[in-house]
Structure formats: structure tokens, C-alpha cells
Ligand binder design. Structure first.
Ligand SMILES: *[C@@H]1O[C@H](CO)[C@@H](O)[C@H](O)[C@H]1NC(C)=O
Length: 289
């Protein structure tokens, strides 16, 4: 009974989030790709649909493709609507992430916040997330999804402020990374581009199996190109920590009770791999939570 009750609650929360997501998606879909993004590789593998409000990236043996934001950001609530390849795409990685620019030879350490689909090989579909701060990554988590991401667009979101990074799938928080810099855990701080791509991830992403090129091209679709972030172009990035930016206000310093509930549910039912269980001793944040 208790279990049923919990499930019902979760459904209500889910419905509310979906309703909000629809209202929100309407507004954001009006921005075209060209306004905020540019293609950075694989030009011939990029197709524009719906007057630039939808972009298709494809990969075959010759190339994948990728795009990124024209500007860099130092805080925000970033999102992308994505539909991944609907074939046996093992080894084909579809990614949406924030990444700082590494200038070769400058000895810089990069920051990155990732969503990665490792290519599907039947149900359930796996979504991997990772965080790099000062070049230190190895923070993979994998979630099974409660829907088929090849059939419809779903929204993948990243909240990034001074207090936390939250990964959202359709408004459901699936992962939280707190700013624990006070106890010596590095936290992404560099300006980052918003990026989307499809690329050859074998053998890493395919468990040593080969991509089945007979099925190529593999295509991923991206939508929703408005960016709710603090750009750093003409000013110091500390402006991006202003509490007047809505994603920085105290409501976004931690999950609210509804989100917390949904988050705990997802952790329990859908978290299939967590680096903390695997090599937690290498990462201080694993010993805190
Ligand atoms: C992390 O939190 C500390 C305060 O605990 C703050 O000074 C610092 O700016 C935060 N880091 C980032 C990158 O937001």
C-alpha cells in the first residue's frame, strides 16, 4: 500500500512537471539555431529543419558532427530537447554538454558537465552523466530511462550556479553535484560553451563491440535553442554569481521537497552505475554524501 501511495505521488509530481514543461517548451522553441549556436565540425552531416528550429546531426563512417554556442557562460539553467538515433546504435554517442575551451599548449585544466547517450542496444536505454573540474573527471553515473528516448524529444537540463549542479530529465532531477569546495572538492568554475554532438565512441562506449555501419547513417535531433545563461563576453564572470539571476536565487541552492522526492525515487529505481560505489575512495565528495 505504502508503495502504491508513493508511486501515485510520483505520478502527480511527474504530471505537474510535464505540464510546466509544455508551457515552457512553447516559448523556447521560437529561437532558431543560428541565433545562439554554430556548427563546429561535420558541416555536411548537419541538416536544418523547421526553419532552423530543429537540427539533425548524423554520423556515418566518414564523419559525425557537432555544434556549440557562439558565446560562453558562467552560470545558468541550460537545456536541450533531444531525440537519439532509433537504430541499434551501440558505440554511437549522442551528447549534450557544457565545456570550457582548452587552448592547446596553455596547460589549462578543463571543466565539463556531460549528458551522453552511449548508443542503444535495446531496452532499457542508458544515459551517462559526468563532471570534470580542473581536468578531474571519472565521475560517471548511468541511469536507465523510464521512456524510449528514440521515439520522442525529451528535455535534458543542467542547472549550474555557485551552489550546485543539477542534471534534469524532463524536469526531474536525476543527479546533484554540490559545491563542496570548502572541503577541497573542485567545482566547475570556468566559462563554458554549450555543445551538442554525435560521434564515434567505440570501443569505449560500446563495450568493445563495433558500430554496425550497415545501419548508418545514425541521426540525432536537437531542438530548443534559447539559452538561459549568464554570458561572460563583455564582463567579468563574477557578475554571473549575482543573486538577481533567477537560477542563482536561493530557491536554486538546493532541491525543493518535491524535487527531492522525485530525485530519491529516480536514484532508487534508475541509477544503475555510480562511480561513488565503484571508486568512491578516490573522490572526496563520495565520502560526504
Ligand atoms: C563554491 O563555493 C564557494 C563558497 O563555499 C564559493 O566561494 C565559490 O565561488 C564557489 N565556486 C563556484 C565555481 O561557484
Amino acid at each position: 500500500m505504502v508503495h502504491l501511495h508513493k508511486q501515485q505521488n510520483f505520478c502527480y509530481v511527474l504530471l505537474l512537471f510535464v505540464a510546466l514543461a509544455i508551457v515552457y517548451a512553447r516559448k523556447s522553441d521560437e529561437v532558431s539555431f543560428q541565433q545562439n549556436y554554430r556548427v563546429v565540425w561535420g558541416n555536411h552531416h548537419v541538416f536544418f529543419l523547421q526553419h532552423g528550429r530543429e537540427v539533425q546531426l548524423s554520423i556515418d563512417k566518414t564523419s559525425g558532427a557537432g555544434f556549440r554556442s557562439k558565446l560562453e557562460y558562467a552560470s545558468g539553467f541550460f537545456h536541450m530537447r533531444i531525440k537519439i538515433p532509433n537504430k541499434d546504435s551501440r558505440g554511437v554517442v549522442t551528447a549534450f554538454y557544457l565545456t570550457s575551451t582548452v587552448y592547446e599548449g596553455m596547460g589549462e585544466k578543463h571543466d565539463e558537465i556531460d549528458f551522453e547517450f552511449l548508443g542503444n542496444n535495446g531496452e532499457p536505454h542508458m544515459l551517462q552523466t559526468n563532471i570534470f573540474a580542473n581536468d578531474e573527471g571519472g565521475r560517471e553515473q548511468r541511469h536507465s530511462l523510464w521512456f524510449d528516448p528514440t521515439i520522442d524529444f525529451h528535455t535534458y537540463g543542467l542547472l549550474w550556479n555557485q551552489h550546485q549542479i543539477v542534471f534534469y530529465v524532463d524536469e526531474i532531477p536525476i543527479r546533484v553535484f554540490k559545491n563542496n569546495s570548502e572541503v577541497g572538492v573542485s567545482f566547475p568554475w570556468q566559462e563554458m560553451h554549450v555543445t551538442g554532438s554525435i560521434w564515434n565512441g567505440e570501443p569505449w562506449a560500446s563495450n568493445g563491440k563495433r558500430i554496425d555501419w550497415n545501419q548508418a547513417p545514425f541521426t540525432a535531433h536537437f531542438e530548443s535553442f534559447n539559452i538561459q545563461g549568464c554570458q561572460t563576453q563583455n564582463h567579468n564572470k563574477f557578475v554571473c554569481y549575482s543573486p538577481y539571476l533567477w537560477w542563482n536565487d536561493h530557491k536554486h541552492w538546493q532541491l525543493n521537497p518535491h524535487q527531492q522526492k522525485a530525485y530519491q525515487y529516480v536514484r532508487k529505481k534508475h541509477l544503475v552505475y555510480d562511480y561513488c560505489s565503484d571508486r568512491g575512495q578516490l573522490h572526496k565528495e563520495c565520502q560526504i554524501n
